[in-house]
Design a binder for this molecule. Structure first.
Ligand code: ADP
Ligand code: MG
Length: 577
């Protein structure tokens, strides 16, 4: 490992300019030395004999003439058993352990190894000596909570490797050698279970990328029915402050039908992050009855940490997601909020005195955002299995204005858009996904014709609503009025969902299909009322009844009973019924 030194020639916030005289590499990690502290930094630009480096820590005390040690290594993530259920910062420091070691006030320059070096894991070999393998192929596995954690041929290895020796079933630490492989030119290498991967490069040890096509069931009705997400797809949740982005991501992280959830809490307020951390271990996975944390991994950087660390957290999180995808799993990565990350890019770019683009964001903002979302996707692994990384990013544009660069750059690359509206959150219509603004290119759980009709109904209802504001209810035709009431009914009884109710919080695919089918029947029916008061009363009662329906489990007798009452009620006012 090359290790050489440089000298600080300027300090500007978190940016150091460093003179060097032996070769350095782009994105190399270095350490600014301050007495007995070593502050981690990343080389982000080289100009002649000078390197610009962003420091992942508070730079107080660093001065011109100070020493910088270059490591010769890129910013990497450690991969191996023992990641699930953990909470890391953007540099993959395990946070609870760090807090324990360093006390309440974390000292700068304290870095802990992400993976435990002492712990033994029960390894079961899965390959035969003599077999020819390539990067990403499995050597064996160890149980990690509910996951059979695959130990794979290192992702960066080129060509074919013949397995010479493989450890027998037994207990090993992550660093103990478990396999020896030889390539076609006779190069022999020994590996343990621990892998390292540069976080800014995608892991591509699979056969091919596929088009996302299966719905990722989030159990949020407005999403799965109207604006679905696909396994391996990408989506964004822009919304003004307080509209419910974080709550929506939390609900999704609990209920989504995926194997692993990775939460990248990037630059949000510290209080919010603490809340997530406190709540999560106590929640149980509705599918397994075990702690939700066992399928979750959290990477957090709060707004009080230096901006460079936010950038690192996004890349670390997506690298961890790709790693579990390589094992054949469906992984959901939720990033909150990508705006904070973009602000970090803006700040760094400003310090580098680059030519700014729109709203002072760097001109390469779009390509950086696109490259991040492109790391999601469905892949066919070498052994034919299909696996995915789905990426959902919250965006928090100032004032909720979706025309700003981060939202716009994100919209260009994602496959679904869940725009949260202030109007809806103010009216406590949760989740505040705006059904008129949002869209999706992915298939959902319900009948396509019904979905199309529902969208039309919502649009038509909105138009009548706007018109009524001008001409009043009296000036509105009965038929238009009923359209308006139907749209309101669909919204109140189906699109809105109580995130805190045991049953209502999570609506499975089969239930959504069934209920949405019934509601679509109501929307299609030709209804007749003597006057508008009667129509309004009817829909009030129907809404109430349907909301009650939402609160009972599908296997309770009350489910069929309420369904029958809804049908009878609608039949009573249907023309020609
Ligand atoms: P954002 O992340 O967009 O700033 P939050 O997700 O933190 O907003 O939501 C702000 C507040 O709005 C929450 O603390 C909660 O009181 C309320 N809220 C958001 N979503 C919901 C929901 N689905 N159900 C009930 N209350 C919600
Ligand atoms: Mg939030």
């Amino acid at each position: 490992m090359a290790s050489h030194a440089g000298r600080i020639v300027s300090v500007s916030g978190n940016l150091l300019t460093v003179a060097f005289d032996t070769p350095v590499i782009q994105n190399e990690v270095g350490y600014a030395v301050l007495n007995d502290l070593r502050l981690k930094a990343e080389l982000i630009r080289v100009r002649g004999a000078y390197a610009d480096m962003q420091v992942f820590e508070d730079t107080t005390g660093l001065h011109v003439g100070g020493a910088v040690e270059f490591s010769g290594e890129l910013l990497t993530a450690e991969l191996g058993p023992g990641l699930l259920g953990r909470i890391f910062d953007g540099l993959q420091n395990p946070l609870p352990e760090l807090a324990e070691q360093a006390g309440f006030f974390l000292q700068r320059g304290t870095y802990l190894l992400p993976l435990d070096r002492e712990r033994h894991w029960a390894f079961t070999p899965a390959a035969e000596p003599g077999a020819w393998l390539r990067a990403g192929d499995s050597l064996g596995s160890v149980p990690e909570h509910a996951v059979a954690h695959q130990i794979m041929v290192p992702f960066g290895w080129q060509g074919r490797w013949q397995l010479e020796q493989l450890a027998p079933a037994g207990e090993y630490t992550v660093e103990e050698p478990i396999a020896t492989l030889v390539d076609e030119r006779g190069t022999r290498r020994e590996v343990g279970m621990l892998r390292r991967w540069p976080v800014k490069a995608p892991i591509r040890a699979y056969r091919e990328r596929l088009r996302p096509r299966d719905t990722l069931v989030t159990k949020v009705r407005i999403i799965d029915t109207l604006f679905p997400v696909a396994l391996g797809g990408t989506y964004c949740i822009p919304g003004p402050f307080g509209a419910g982005k974080t709550v929506l991501q939390q609900i999704t992280s609990r209920h989504a039908e995926v194997d692993i959830v990775i939460i990248a809490a990037c630059g949000e307020r510290a209080g919010e992050v603490v809340e997530t951390l406190r709540e999560f271990p106590e929640l149980t996975d509705p599918r397994t009855g075990r702690s939700l944390m066992e399928r979750t991994l959290i990477v957090v950087n709060t707004s009080s940490m230096p901006v460079a660390a936010r950038e690192a957290s996004v890349y670390t999180a997506v690298t961890l997601a790709e790693y579990y995808r390589q094992m054949g799993l469906n992984v959901l990565l939720l990033a909150d909020s990508t705006s904070r990350w973009a602000q970090a890019l803006r700040e760094i770019s400003g310090r580098l005195e680059e030519i700014p683009g729109e709203e002072a964001f760097p001109a390469y903002l779009e390509s950086v955002i696109a490259a991040f979302y492109e790391r999601g996707g469905v892949v066919r692994l070498n052994d034919g299995r299909i696996a995915s990384v789905t990426i959902g990013g919250a965006v928090s544009p100032a004032g909720g204005n979706f025309e700003e660069p981060v939202t716009q750059a994100t919209l260009k690359v994602v496959g679904a858009f869940h725009g949260l509206s202030r109007e809806r959150s103010d009216a406590r219509r949760y989740p505040a996904v705006d059904p008129l603004e949002s869209w999706s290119r992915y298939p959902g759980v319900a009948d396509v014709g019904d979905v199309h009709a529902a969208r039309e109904m919502l649009r038509a209802g909105h138009e009548v609503d706007q018109m009524m504001k001008v001409v009043g209810e009296e000036g509105t035709a009965m038929q238009d009025y009923v359209t308006y009431l139907k749209a309101e009914y669909l919204d109140a009884a189906y699109l809105q969902q109580d995130a805190f109710h045991e049953v209502d919080a999570a609506s499975g695919a089969a239930r959504q299909r069934h209920v949405f089918g019934r509601l679509s029947g109501v929307l299609r029916a030709r209804l007749d009322f003597p006057d508008k008061d009667a129509a309004r009363r009817f829909f009030q009662e129907l809404t109430q009844l349907t909301k009650e329906w939402n609160l009972v489990r599908q296997d309770e007798p009350a489910f069929d009973e309420i369904e029958g009452r809804i049908a009878a009620k609608v039949e009573g006012v249907t023309v020609g019924a």
